[in-house]
Design a protein. Structure first.
Length: 203
C-alpha cells in the first residue's frame, strides 16, 4: 500500500511539472509595437518598433532594430537638438534555465550620442533567463563605458530586467526596468521607472 501511495504521488508530481511546462506561453512570431498601448516607450518600445522571436522548449531568440540618438552635445548641454534614427539590427539568444551565461552584445550601443555622452560602448554582459509562472524574466548584468563631450570616459554598471508575457488578447507585454550606477555631477538623475511595451502579433 505504501509503495502504491508513493508511486501515485510521484506520478502526480510529474504530471504537475509537465503541465506547468506546457502552460508557458509561446512568443514565437513577428510582432509590431502598439505605441498607443506603450505610453512610456513612445514609438520605439523596449525592443524597437518590430520584433521577431524564435522559441524552443529551452531557449528563446529575439531579433530587432536598435535606435540611434545623435546630437544633443556641444559647448553647452543640450546645445544641439536630438535626432532619433534607426540603428543597426541586433539579435540576442537566451537559455531559459535560470543560470548565468555570457551574452554577446554589440560593441557600440544604439545610443550613440546624448546630451551627456558622445558614445556608449558595452564591456560584455551576462544574463539569467527563467520562467516565473507564465512570465519569462530576463535579467542582464553588465557595464558600459561612456565617452563624454570633452572626450573623457566614464564606466558604470547597469542591470536590465525584462519580463515577457501574453495578455488575454494575445498581445506581447514587455515590462522593462533599467538600473544604472549614478553619475557624479550636478545634473539631477531621477529614480528608474518601469516601462511597459505592448506588441501585436503580425504573423
Amino acid at each position: 500500500m505504501l509503495r502504491a501511495s508513493v508511486a501515485s504521488m510521484v506520478g502526480v508530481l510529474a504530471a504537475t511539472a509537465l503541465l506547468g511546462a506546457q502552460n508557458h506561453p509561446g512568443f514565437a512570431g513577428s510582432w509590431t509595437l502598439v505605441p498607443a498601448a506603450s505610453p512610456t516607450q513612445s514609438e520605439w518600445g523596449a525592443f524597437g518598433p518590430s520584433l521577431v522571436i524564435s522559441q524552443t522548449e529551452n531557449a528563446i531568440t529575439l531579433e530587432g532594430r536598435s535606435q540611434r540618438v545623435e546630437g544633443g552635445y556641444g559647448p553647452g548641454v543640450g546645445s544641439s537638438p536630438l535626432l532619433f534614427t534607426p540603428g543597426p539590427y541586433w539579435h540576442a539568444a537566451y537559455l531559459m534555465d535560470g543560470r548565468e551565461h555570457a551574452i554577446e552584445m554589440q560593441t557600440a550601443e544604439a545610443l550613440s550620442a546624448t546630451p551627456l555622452f558622445r558614445s556608449v560602448a558595452s564591456n560584455g554582459d551576462t544574463y539569467r533567463a527563467t520562467w516565473t509562472g507564465d512570465r519569462l524574466v530576463i535579467m542582464v548584468y553588465g557595464s558600459r563605458t561612456a565617452t563624454l563631450p570633452d572626450r573623457s570616459t566614464s564606466t558604470f554598471k547597469r542591470t536590465v530586467r525584462h519580463a515577457l508575457t501574453l495578455d488575454q488578447d494575445g498581445a506581447l507585454i514587455a515590462d522593462s526596468l533599467i538600473i544604472a550606477d549614478p553619475r557624479p555631477g550636478s545634473i539631477r538623475q531621477e529614480a528608474p521607472m518601469p516601462a511597459r511595451s505592448t506588441y501585436r502579433r503580425t504573423r
